[in-house]
Ligand binder design. Structure first.
Ligand SMILES: *Cc1c(COP(=O)(O)O)cnc(C)c1O
Length: 435
């Protein structure tokens, strides 16, 4: 497998290079040189396969010989070791639950696969791989639990003090082993700025082997295609083969993976993106002008993104043709008040407790159905377990949450955390002193 940069299609790098250096120097994004078309017989019979078998088939088609089949199988067995069930709420409306992994969010798919691929490519005797990651909550937990115990790697997570939920903080700070948590007395943007500066610091890079666990890493995108195929397989075995997926979107990596699956031959009728008031993409789909804005804080804070980093990938998939994108993707935007109403409606109508991101997808799926009636299964993606967002959820719904196994044990564990100020020199000194 070779990859090009969206800014320079003549540039070609190996999968391994793209994994360790998330971003090309030209600031584009890596894309597979060739998007494989899956064997139609595989799609036709897809309901016969398990999630892991599907994941292997898809990954092998994309990655080719960059990882030998036997090794890829081991990576997938280890990384994709939890389910993503489709559950019908009524005859027409289903939800694809992506929160049954260790951090209770869909980011587990990307983070677990990427961590094992990085571990695989890190040869014995290589210098320790230092992963730096800034998080507003969900990314950090998925990366921490994804890399936990992966040999040859160490993770340093920066998170903003007081701005992550209890479960999120526990997932960041109770790991030990090869995971370190830094609580920064500042905002998420401050955390991100510290990490960015570290990546550009030559002195630091000469003594540490730094890499990012950024959401734009190609090894996070590929495994996110798996569950679209798996959802389709589940629907097909129930007799439905027309599907519209609705995806709560921030950086547009999740829906980008869905569109990649579509380009590989997954029969999807349409995609719908639901966003919070950070509506750069919905505005683009309306008027064809891509005008990023500074992000605004919302209840669905994992989608507070004013300039979605994966959008250029989607444009690349559709050869920069806005009308071609519009033919496959619709989008709708919701404010916090509407998001709350969406959560309430899900609870009252279906006794389903959803996180705010998931509620936005529900609202968008409903709106699309209203405008496009027809005989199809509407599936919205549930990206996180509601227990991660207690402040956004009504007391009544919160009472009804069934905590995932392990969530209460987390609270008992010792917290291991180092507090730092927003001070680059102090951060750098910490990294150098704790090599
Ligand atoms: C990260 C995240 C999203 C947004 O996904 P993108 O791939 O950035 O569009 C949505 N919901 C939850 C719960 C998340 O953690």
């Amino acid at each position: 497998m070779k990859l090009y940069s969206t800014n320079n299609k003549d540039l070609r790098v190996s999968f391994q290079d793209a994994v360790f250096h998330s971003l090309p120097q030209d600031k584009g994004l890596y894309m597979p040189e060739q998007i494989p078309t899956l064997d139609p017989a595989f799609i036709r019979n897809i309901q016969q396969y398990s999630l892991q078998e599907i994941a292997f088939h898809v990954a092998h088609a994309v990655i080719g010989d960059a990882i030998p089949a036997v090794d890829l199988k081991v990576i997938i067995a280890d990384a994709i070791n939890f389910d993503a069930p489709v559950k019908f709420l009524d005859a027409e409306q289903a939800v694809l639950e992506l929160f049954h992994g260790p951090s209770y969010a869909f980011k587990d798919f990307g983070a677990r696969f990427m961590s094992r691929v990085m571990g695989y490519f890190s040869k014995q005797g290589d210098q320790l791989l230092d992963v730096l990651v800034a998080t507003s909550g969900d990314t950090g937990g998925a990366v921490a639990l994804g890399f936990l115990g992966v040999e040859g790697t160490r993770v340093t997570i920066l998170y903003p003090k007081g701005k992550v939920s209890k479960v999120q903080e526990e997932q960041l700070t109770t790991n030990g082993q090869n995971i370190r948590a830094l609580e920064v007395d500042g905002t998420f943007d401050d955390c991100q700025a510290l990490v960015k500066r570290a990546f550009n610091d030559e002195e630091l890079n000469s003594s540490l082997r730094l890499t990012s666990a950024n959401s734009i890493n190609i090894a996070r995108l590929i495994p996110q295609t798996f569950y679209y195929f798996w959802a389709y397989a589940q629907l097909k075995s129930q007799g439905a083969d027309q599907v519209v997926f609705t995806v709560p979107s921030g950086n547009f990596g999740n829906i980008g993976a869905g569109l990649l699956a579509y380009k590989m031959g997954l029969p999807v009728k349409h995609f719908v993106a639901g966003t919070n008031v950070n509506d750069t993409v919905p505005r683009f789909l309306q008027d064809g002008q891509y005008v990023p804005k500074p992000s605004v804080q919302t209840l669905a804070n994992a989608m507070d993104v004013g300039d979605p980093s994966n959008w250029v990938r989607i444009q690349d998939l559709f050869d920069q043709d806005v009308d071609a994108i519009r033919a496959v993707v619709s989008s709708y935007t919701y404010n916090d008040e509407e998001t709350k109403q969406g959560m309430e409606e899900l609870f009252e109508r279906y006794h389903y407790v959803a996180c705010p991101h998931t509620a936005i997808a529900y609202l968008a799926a409903k709106q699309y159905r209203k405008e496009h009636d027809g005989n199809y299964a509407s599936v919205f993606l549930s990206t996180a377990h509601p227990c991660k967002f207690p402040d956004a959820i009504s007391a009544e719904a919160f009472q009804a949450i069934q905590l995932p196994e392990g969530a209460s044990a987390l609270a008992e564990k010792e917290r291991l955390v180092t507090e730092i100020e927003v001070d680059y020199e102090a951060f750098k000194a910490y990294l150098l002193a704790n090599k």
